[in-house]
Design a protein around this ligand. Structure first.
Ligand SMILES: N=[N+]=NCCCCNC(=O)[C@@H]1[C@H]2[C@H](O)[C@@H](O)[C@H](O)[C@@H](CO)[C@@H]12
Length: 452
């Protein structure tokens, strides 16, 4: 592998290098030891929802292989590991009784990480809502703000002094756009009216958890947003208007209220009669000050005006001049720099962390001669780390980078067909093999970017 340090892309001292996963995507054993079902157990077992009929029943079997996976993290030189907790493993009904065996899994994981010198970054919610709460309306029920804060309190108290960096909710936009607007993700609803309500309650739940954290927790807390910058397909006014609608519906819908600005005005244009406003007290709760913000970044898009494209009336124009990943996302690293600078300004200089960045490319189902060569992922990783470094040079307070993902895993309704891991998983044998991209990443971490 690369040995020389160019020194051109050295990151600040103390920059935090890690990798990220999510409970339902890697753990398996989702109903073991008293756990309750989540909406993803239901959704993945409903015929027609999942590519190849895949489910998270086994996934990467991380529930059993977590010790081996910590050793893998050490071989990757990881300084941090971003994981999520399965709410229904800890509280089978989502509220009330605690399942001590479920909580004990995360207790062992956190202690194992600390013993390995790896900082645990915990996400409270990464899409796997307890099914029992969905039966009570889930994100459509305003009571969920208190249910979520109560769940957060269990973890804040259990891991006080051991977990210092908390994320409340992973990607409100994907939860709502996928789960309530277009139906591609659990719980599979298709309603703009529900989308507005679910999105608002997700924000309220975030605020309630932050307030509770200030009362019982210790450390830093923030939220994790996916931001996909929008560049107009032309300088025609209708394309700029489409860009604004797309930017409002995907990027500012959640960011603006979190920063105390309320919903962007374009949202009413997007959702029409489904748009609704809410009491100011809600927006005061939502805009609780946070300590950091997570950015999940994959790609940009170039929208044009498209009156038939419900509800945003904008459609991305494929940028055929650039490579596209297996998920159809354009590879365009300069847009990451743009996003980081924009987010730095939008959050008035809040500390930022890239909580996810990565790419899906075709990898074989098994390693060959103990190796998995993934040149496209190597290139994506190198060029996006350079783009992140460029943002730091422009004054962005970027604190860390978590590669998505530590392992090939369940890519939600796309099943195991899309591999994002810097470590390959043979899903027949559960054998892990660090890919070339993982070997590079280990060197990047060891040199703090020096090898880039
Ligand atoms: N249209 N479009 N453009 C791209 C929009 C990206 C939205 N998807 C994400 O950010 C998800 C995030 C999730 O946390 C993780 O659980 C997923 O495995 C990764 C990979 O999919 C990413």
């Amino acid at each position: 592998m690369i040995t020389k340090d160019t020194g051109n892309y050295l990151f600040p001292e103390g920059f935090l290098w890690g990798a990220a996963t999510a409970a339902y995507q890697i753990e398996g054993s989702s109903m073991a030891d008293g756990a309750g079902a989540s909406i993803w157990d239901r959704f993945s077992h409903t015929p027609g929802n999942m590519r190849d009929g895949d489910t998270g029943d086994v996934a990467c079997d991380h529930y059993n292989k977590w010790r081996e996976d910590i050793q893998l993290m050490k071989r990757l030189n990881l300084q941090a590991y971003r994981f999520s907790v399965s709410w229904s493993r800890v509280m089978p009904e989502g509220r009330g009784a605690i399942n001590e065996k479920g909580l004990a899994f995360y207790d062992r994981l956190v202690d194992g990480l600390l013993e390995a010198g790896i900082e645990p970054l915990c996400t409270l919610y990464h899409w796997d809502l307890p099914a029992a709460l969905d039966d009570r309306g889930g994100w459509l029920n305003p009571d969920i703000a208190d249910w979520f804060a109560d769940y957060g309190q269990v973890l804040f108290e259990k891991f006080k002094g051991r977990v210092k960096t908390w994320g409340t909710i992973n990607e409100p936009w994907v939860i709502v756009d996928g789960g309530y607007l277009h139906g591609a993700l659990a719980p599979g609803h298709r309603s703009a009216f529900e989308a507005m309500i679910a999105g608002h309650n997700i924000l309220r739940a975030h605020g309630a958890a932050v307030k509770r954290f200030r009362q019982v927790g210790e450390g830093d807390i923030g939220i994790v947003l996916n931001i996909e910058p929008k560049y107009p397909a032309s300088d025609r006014p209708e394309d700029e208007a489409a860009r604004r609608r797309a930017d409002a519906q995907m990027n500012r819908w959640f960011l603006d209220p979190l920063m105390g600005r309320g919903y962007p005005q374009e949202l009413e244009d997007v959702y029409g009669e489904a748009y609704r406003d809410f009491p100011q007290a809600d927006f005061d709760l939502i805009a609780q000050p946070t300590d950091w913000m997570g950015l999940n970044w994959y790609t940009r898009s170039v929208p044009e005006n498209a009156p038939d494209a419900w509800p945003v009336r904008a459609r991305p124009v494929k940028q055929v001049q650039h490579a596209h990943t297996e998920t159809g996302w354009e590879v365009y690293p300069p847009a990451l720099t743009d996003t980081l600078v924009w987010l730095h300004e939008q959050t008035n200089g809040l500390p930022l962390m890239i909580t996810e960045n990565g790419s899906a490319w075709y990898d074989p189902p098994h390693a060959i001669d103990g190796r998995v060569h993934d040149p496209m992922r190597v290139e994506y990783l190198k060029n996006h780390l350079k783009a992140a470094h460029d943002a730091i040079g422009k004054g962005v307070d970027l604190r860390g980078y978590m590669a998505w993902s530590l392992l090939d895993n369940l890519e939600w309704s796309l099943g195991y067909s899309k591999r994002f891991g810097i470590t390959h998983v043979n899903f027949q044998t559960q054998e892990r093999t660090i890919k070339d991209s993982g070997l590079l990443y280990a060197e990047v971490i060891k040199s703090n970017g020096g090898v880039l």
